[in-house]
Ligand binder design. Sequence first.
Ligand code: SF4
Length: 339
Amino acid sequence: MEVDGRPTVALQRALYGHQTAIFWAHFFDKLGLRLVLSPPTNAHISQMGIESVMAETCYPVKVSYGHVRELMGKTAYLFLPTIINMQTPVDKEAGFYCPMSQSNSYMMRAAFATDPDRTLTPVVHFKYDPETLGLEIWEQIGPKLRKGKAEVRKAVYHALERQDQFKKELIRKGLEIFQEVKAFEPVLLVTGRPYNLYDERLNLRLGQNLAKLGLVALPMDFIDSSAVDLSDFPSMYWGLGAQILRTAKYTVAHENYFGLHLTNFSCGADSFIEHFYKHIMGDDPYLILELDEHSAVAGVMTRLEAYKNVIENSMQKLRNCGGMPKEKSDWRIEYFGKY
Ligand code: SF4
């Protein structure tokens, strides 16, 4: 219940947990508490999730049941926030999380009859300015944790700064990798959601398998796509959907970059976003991997090997044309002045 004399707060290493853990770790640390994450997804957690789920959902939501069940009763507090939206590069974008992620807290409380005195369930809008965000969080958890308004406000500013530093570090690392790429070496830009991209059970060790095939690949968070214009998708409702489409545009603007989109069966958001992704990719090769609890590494490898052949053929054509891979000079390039 305590680590180093600090009360512990449990956060699931699933869904929004992957994207916001840095923020919450620093937020609670500043308040004198200690954030504890569930272990990386393993067979046991996956199975517990599948057994606990109360209605048919996508695999990431099933897995989140397993993570929360794993954490039950092990910490002073269980943290089940309802995160409504995320920061967006353009202010007028909605930046919503998918409803299955937004409603996760309610699903967990219903499934596991959590103790209200030991469960923190704030509704959080990351698109709010820091002052409003601080007030929003304080109103909902400040009294329970016996923390004052000013203390919570300070913790929010501190956590936002640390999260921003972390994002910048990812992009710096991405640039470093791009600089090491040789001429005519293809690069895969992998889109998806953090709970797929960074969970080796959900993505079936995609990163390791691409490396085994000798392919350089970068997840979308390592690319600064914030300057990519998305005004031709004015109603893009989802924050991560917008990031996926921006990365797709960034991909097609470079001749030696190739798209790989990671998704899940039963993903409502991607039933729309995949169409937009394909539209942006146009005639360029791309691979969409749709996985769930029944998928196996062997099947994924077959598809990756086939895609590698397609990529090699494309690169061969490029070599035959002479010259170096470059940014394409079609209509899309106007969006990429910064690059
Ligand atoms: S975006 Fe798709 S995969 Fe993610 S929680 Fe929503 S439905 Fe599931």
